[in-house]
Design a protein around this ligand. Structure first.
Ligand SMILES: Nc1nc2c(ncn2[C@@H]2O[C@H](COP(=O)(O)OP(=O)(O)O)[C@@H](O)[C@H]2O)c(=O)[nH]1
Ligand SMILES: [Mg+2]
Ligand SMILES: [Zn+2]
Length: 264
């Protein structure tokens, strides 16, 4: 690998050689997973070898349930575990936030509730043995959580950034915090978009875990699950076996993916 351009992302395992007082990365070892972020212009790798995604939400400011689901879908596609962290349970609006997450809990997603300001401990057992990428919209309390878990981390939280007049997005670098040899937490900047465009329609459908038992049973092999007769997913939604809102989300994402593919 020497002399070649190396794409190293947070979480990579590398072969490293000492060179005087410096060090040289000789090679990047094969990755077990690679997660991407995308905006209108480009797709960018954000972290490698992640084994679990933790999506942080809170009752205030309000969070996008669609964004949470996009994150969970990206994790499913990469075959990694995921959980939702409902932070700020000290806030009185928490029951409403919990109710919004209920459809995800029903299909098996774990939800850990805590208040980063009071006690981050409820998250520790969920992190053990994993390399967890923590993501979530700005203001959900990710930096507060990192500081509570790692008192030496000094991650900048919202008030601090306001004082410095440096804007809303305080975390600018993706950073790995090691807890023990088998456990690490990766803190990444406020995430507005999670790349799903690179998934084809089939991969996207499989990322909806609760759809899996029904896939391959539609009358038409190339069923788009829109309005085709004999569509097993439409039947399942009508029978209450899957959540119609999830089928609607699938259709919306599939159309967006289709449009993006046409632009290439
Ligand atoms: N009430 C309450 N506020 C919190 C909690 N955790 C974080 N916050 C506040 O939420 C705001 C955003 O926190 P920050 O950690 O910067 O969010 P980030 O953008 O996700 O990194 C700050 O004002 C925090 O003090 C919590 O558990 N309860
Ligand atoms: Mg932050
Ligand atoms: Zn179908």
């Amino acid at each position: 690998m020497k002399g070649r351009h190396l794409q190293v992302v947070c979480g990579d395992r590398v072969e490293f050689r000492r060179d005087g007082h410096a060090g040289v990365i000789e090679s990047v070892l094969p990755r077990s997973s690679l997660l991407y972020r995308s905006d209108a212009f480009k797709t960018k790798a954000i972290a490698a070898n992640v084994t679990q995604l933790a999506v942080v939400v809170a009752a205030r400011p309000s969070f996008s349930l669609e964004l949470v689901q996009r994150c969970l879908l990206a994790a499913e596609d990469q075959g990694i575990a995921s959980l939702v962290v409902l932070n700020k349970v000290d806030l009185p609006e928490t029951p409403a936030a919990r109710a919004r997450l209920a459809p995800l809990a029903r299909i098996g997603y774990r939800c850990v509730e805590l208040s980063a300001l009071d006690d981050p401990a409820p998250l520790r057992p969920a992190l053990a043995g994993h390399t967890t990428l923590m993501i979530g919209q700005s203001g959900m309390g990710k930096s507060t959580l990192v500081n509570a878990l790692f008192p030496d981390a000094h991650a900048e939280t919202a008030e601090y950034s306001v004082a410095l007049d440096s804007g809303r997005h305080t975390t600018t670098h993706t950073r790995l915090h090691r807890i023990d040899p088998d456990t690490a937490l990766i803190d990444s900047p406020g995430l507005q978009e999670f790349a799903l465009q690179h998934l084809d329609a089939d991969a996207l459908a499989h990322a909806f875990v609760e759809f899996r038992p029904f896939l391959g049973h539609c009358r038409f092999r190339d069923c788009k699950h829109e309005s085709e007769p004999g569509c097993r997913l439409i039947e399942a939604a009508e029978a209450g076996e899957i959540d119609p809102a999830r089928l609607a989300l699938f259709r919306q994402l599939r159309r967006a993916q289709h449009k993006a593919a046409q632009k290439l």
